[in-house]
Each structure stands twice: as structure tokens, then as C-alpha cells.
Design a binder for this molecule. Structure first.
Ligand code: VGL
Ligand code: ZN
Length: 201
């Protein structure tokens, strides 16, 4: 059984949003077109309290894109984004969501960020996605969404570590930063995650 995970296709990661991923909206028609090929479609949402410590605004003298030590993890500081209840948290209006069977929210603990849709960055708290997919007898997981070098990357890596055959859909994602994207692809290959284009599905 095959599942598709739509990672963080939320207004704040799209053009005009607080943490817009360049060309992020280009993935939406692709994501809409492939959903019917899967047994199960699920989605994640970045869902931060306003006081989240991944926000530069919650640290004195910090700037966006500074890197700090946050409780033992290297943490990039972001502009305020995906604040619970805000318009920026909502899925793009252009995204088809009728097939989305469940939504997993992440990033609620202000002390630790959560790039992956499975686990926080400490790998200590689960969202429930792994158990949900295993309960549905999913063997193969396909990952798309935003951003390629952060949440899509970490979600694909955790899917593989959880034992799923994992596919990272290279044309159904866009990155924040080219250098971190290239590093992510290298790491995913080392973890035996398959990098595939949706035209080959
Ligand atoms: C993301 C940075 C901060 C993402 C979320 O969805 O890739 N990136 N929060
Ligand atoms: Zn975030």
C-alpha cells in the first residue's frame, strides 16, 4: 500500500507568505495531479505558538537566518511563520484536499523545532504519523511539499528510518536554499531514499 505525504503546503511557504519558498506554488498542479495514484493521502501542517523559539523575534538581538544553539540543537532562526490560527497556516486554496485522510500538526513545543512530519528535531516526540501509516499497512511512502531542504527532507529521512520504502518526489518540491538542498539530496541518497520524478510514477 502506497501513501503520499503532503508536507506543509501552507500559505506562509508560498509566494506572498512569511517564509515563502521561491517558486513554491509551481508544485501545486503537480501535487493535485498525482494524488489519485495513491491508496492514502495525508498532510502535515507547521503549527507554531507565537512564542516559538525557532522565531528570530523571540530572541534578543537575533536576526533571521542566524544559527543558535537551542537546547543542544543547531537551530536556524526563521521569520515568524505558521502561527497557530493565522491565515499563513492554511493550505493553499489551489491545493486539492478532498483526498487528505488525516492532518498531522507539528512544531507546537516552543523549545524544539519539528521539521519532520514524524518526529521533532530531538527525535523524542512522535506526531503519530508513523503509527498511523503502519496501522493502514502502508509499505511505501512518497514525500512532496515544502520546503525541499527542510521539512520534506527530514520527513523523507524519517520515513526511511521508520522502515518504509521511501520516495522523494524531486519535481513536487522546492527549496529555500540551493546549497542546503544539495546537501539534503546527498544525505537522502546515502540513506537509500529513492529520488524520483512524478512523470515516472
Ligand atoms: C519549514 C523552516 C521552518 C518547512 C518549517 O516547512 O520546511 N522550514 N519551519
Ligand atoms: Zn516552522
Amino acid at each position: 500500500m502506497k501513501a503520499l505525504i503532503l508536507v506543509d503546503i501552507q500559505n506562509d511557504f508560498l509566494p506572498g507568505g512569511a517564509l515563502a519558498v521561491p517558486d513554491g506554488d509551481a508544485i501545486i498542479p503537480i501535487v493535485n495531479a498525482i494524488q489519485s495514484k495513491f491508496d492514502l493521502v495525508v498532510a502535515s501542517q507547521d503549527w507554531h505558538p507565537k512564542t516559538h523559539k525557532s522565531f528570530a523575534s523571540n530572541h534578543e538581538k537575533a536576526q533571521v537566518l542566524d544559527v543558535i544553539d537551542l537546547n543542544g540543537n543547531l537551530q536556524v532562526l526563521w521569520p515568524d511563520h505558521c502561527v497557530q490560527g493565522s491565515e499563513g497556516t492554511q493550505f493553499s486554496e489551489a491545493l486539492h484536499t478532498d483526498k487528505v485522510a488525516a492532518i498531522f500538526r507539528k512544531g507546537m513545543d516552543i523549545e524544539v523545532d519539528s521539521y519532520s512530519a514524524f518526529y521533532d528535531n530531538n527525535h523524542s516526540n512522535a506526531t503519530g504519523l508513523e503509527a498511523y501509516l503502519k496501522g493502514k499497512e502502508i509499505s511505501d511512502v512518497y514525500v512532496c511539499g515544502l520546503a525541499a531542504d527542510y521539512c520534506v527532507y527530514y520527513t523523507a529521512k524519517d520515513a526511511k528510518l521508520a522502515g518504509f520504502n521511501t520516495y522523494y518526489l524531486t519535481d513536487a518540491t522546492r527549496c529555500i536554499d540551493q546549497a542546503s538542498y544539495e546537501a539534503a539530496l546527498t544525505d537522502l541518497k546515502a540513506h537509500k531514499v529513492h529520488l524520483v520524478e512524478t512523470s515516472n510514477l
